[in-house]
Write a protein that binds this ligand. Structure first.
Ligand SMILES: NC(=O)C1=CN([C@@H]2O[C@H](COP(=O)(O)OP(=O)(O)OC[C@H]3O[C@@H](n4cnc5c(N)ncnc54)[C@H](OP(=O)(O)O)[C@@H]3O)[C@@H](O)[C@H]2O)C=CC1
Ligand SMILES: O=C(O)[C@@H]1CCC=N1
Length: 273
């Protein structure tokens, strides 16, 4: 029997990232909707997912008892209550816990559960819904078999890398918050496009495809951004005029400072007590 497909997953906290993960997993075919239980307190908000074949529940305890993999996807400030609820159901010989929660270490989770259960920390982004996530994983105390299982899951819904746990808050800023940062820059480009003559809808589509092409130049050619920029900037041309104007206004500096602040904030989201 295929080990992975035999697993049941419970996603405790089915909000933005929990549902994005559920969609990506179901789309990938690795876990059918029927093998995924989605929980939240307001389950009426999950009606659409119930209709699609996911199991939905407001009961974290029974969802955890039935699952092999428990995904923690509530806000950091909601975590302790959930851990206290499910602690009694955790079976260290069966359960694997995957936490997507920012700023909470694997050790924090084990300490709260008072159990030496296997905990892996992952940082996906919302592009997981379309199998395009950049996901960072820190393996905690997981067995090699479970590490391979988690890597397989997150490689199926995007690309994953294993990193040291102390870099997880940095990964949160760069890769998870990063979706918002790049989206805002695409939105700003489209607003510039409107200023120079395009309707909003067409400007957004043109800006998004341009951003996608630029990213693919780096990913597909393993190229450096400045190398590709040099090819665009004709001498005395309009690209360098626009680019330098952006830099005079702090374009790179704003992105760097924003990522630094996000990473710092990511480390301050959880109150252990
Ligand atoms: N959004 C993102 O892009 C990413 C978020 N993260 C992390 O994922 C976590 C969730 O973030 P996000 O999805 O944005 O937040 P959301 O607020 O969208 O989702 C949290 C969900 O948890 C549910 N919830 C709250 N309390 C409970 C409970 N006791 N039992 C079950 N469900 C509960 C809420 O629903 P209800 O109120 O109905 O219970 C809500 O749907 C955070 O820790 C964040 O740091 C990580 C990577 C990316
Ligand atoms: O904004 C947040 O706190 C969460 C963590 C990463 C993305 N969203």
């Amino acid at each position: 029997m295929d080990f992975k497909k035999s697993n049941q997953i419970a996603i405790l906290g089915s909000g933005n990232i929990g549902l994005s993960l559920a969609k990506g997993l179901a789309q990938s075919g690795l876990y059918p909707a029927s093998s995924i239980t989605l929980t939240r307190r307001n389950i009426e908000a999950l009606d659409e997912y119930k209709f699609q074949g996911f199991q939905v529940s407001a009961d974290n305890v029974s969802a955890s008892a039935q699952a092999d993999i428990i995904v923690l996807a509530v806000l950091p400030q909601q975590l302790n209550q959930v851990l206290d609820q499910i602690a009694g159901q955790i079976d260290v010989s069966k359960h694997l816990i995957i936490s997507v929660i920012s700023g909470v270490s694997c050790e924090d989770i084990r300490n709260r559960l008072k159990k030496d259960v296997q905990v892996v920390r992952v940082m996906p982004n919302t592009a997981i819904a379309i199998k395009q996530s950049m996901t960072c994983i820190s393996v905690g105390n997981a067995s090699q078999e479970n590490i391979e299982l988690v890597k397989n899951i997150f490689n199926t819904v995007g690309i994953c890398v294993v990193i040291n746990e102390e870099l997880m808050t940095s990964a949160t800023a760069l890769c998870a918050c990063g979706v918002a940062f790049f989206l805002r820059s695409i939105r700003a480009a489209s607003q510039g496009g409107v200023e120079v003559g395009f309707h909003a809808g067409e400007a957004l589509k043109m800006a998004a495809q341009t951003a996608k092409g630029a990213a693919d130049l780096l990913l597909q050619l393993a190229s450096h951004p400045e190398h590709e920029i040099d090819k665009v900037t004709s001498p005395k041309g309009c690209t360098i005029a626009g680019l330098n104007e952006m830099e005079h206004n702090g374009f790179s500096s704003a992105m760097i400072k924003g990522i630094k602040l996000s990473a710092q904030k990511a480390g301050e989201l959880y109150d252990k007590d």
